[in-house]
Write a new protein. Structure first.
Length: 214
């Protein structure tokens, strides 16, 4: 293909499969000083943009799976907790639902921030840490409690059918496409998991306080 066109017209430069038009100067040469960014600048901006905009649609499935999982727990777990013994402290419906609402909202906020900030950002690491934490949560306490008690633990069904496959897919894809890196992942995931576990009893206490005030 010839890029040359009639004098005084334009030629196209192929950059990343797109055409950038540049005007000829008075001397007949194609000028780089025409008020437009140089190709290297455009390419650099495109790469930087890709780092922020690459966000597969199925990353949003985590929020959906987590929300449905929490809905199942909200319906059944407070009653189950009365006989759960060491696997779960007894918890009231109001305080439990309040905690679930806060945690679900937190998952939405982190996902939205990740969508804006892009791969290998702090929100990205928090997002994948959240996914990893929920994958572990399917095994403990849900699966472990069900086996040990010989009684269904609320949340196991949605955990196995939705949370486990969704988080596994997201974590594998995220690692393969360098959305997060090791060992930095563990430096974020472990403190974040500790923070979430520590936050749950605080949310229960706040829920009880709100219930008394209402």
């Amino acid at each position: 293909m010839s890029w040359e066109k009639m004098q005084g017209k334009s030629r196209a430069e192929a950059i990343g499969g797109k055409f950038l038009w540049r005007r000829k100067g008075k001397n007949g040469d194609f000028s780089r000083d025409n008020g437009r960014p140089a190709p290297s600048t455009i390419i650099g901006a495109a790469v930087a943009g890709d780092m922020k905009t690459q966000f597969p649609w199925f990353f949003w499935l985590f929020v959906a799976a987590f929300g449905i999982h929490n809905f199942e727990e909200a319906l059944l777990l407070p009653a189950w907790s009365r006989t759960a013994g060491k696997f779960h402290k007894r918890v009231g419906t109001f305080e439990f639902v309040f905690a679930l609402i806060v945690l679900t909202a937190l998952s939405v906020v982190i996902t939205v921030l990740f969508h804006s900030a892009g791969k290998q950002s702090l929100p990205a690491y928090l997002y994948f840490a959240f996914n990893f934490g929920m994958l572990v949560n399917v095994v403990f306490p849900h699966l472990t409690a069900t086996i040990a008690m010989n009684k269904y633990c609320p949340g196991l069904l949605t955990g196995l059918l939705l949370v486990a496959p969704t988080t596994t897919l997201i974590l594998l894809y995220g690692h393969e496409h360098a959305f997060f890196l090791f060992p930095k992942f563990w430096l974020v995931a472990i403190p974040f998991a500790v923070l979430l576990v520590s936050l749950i009893p605080v949310l229960f206490a706040l829920g009880r306080k709100l219930q008394r005030l209402s």
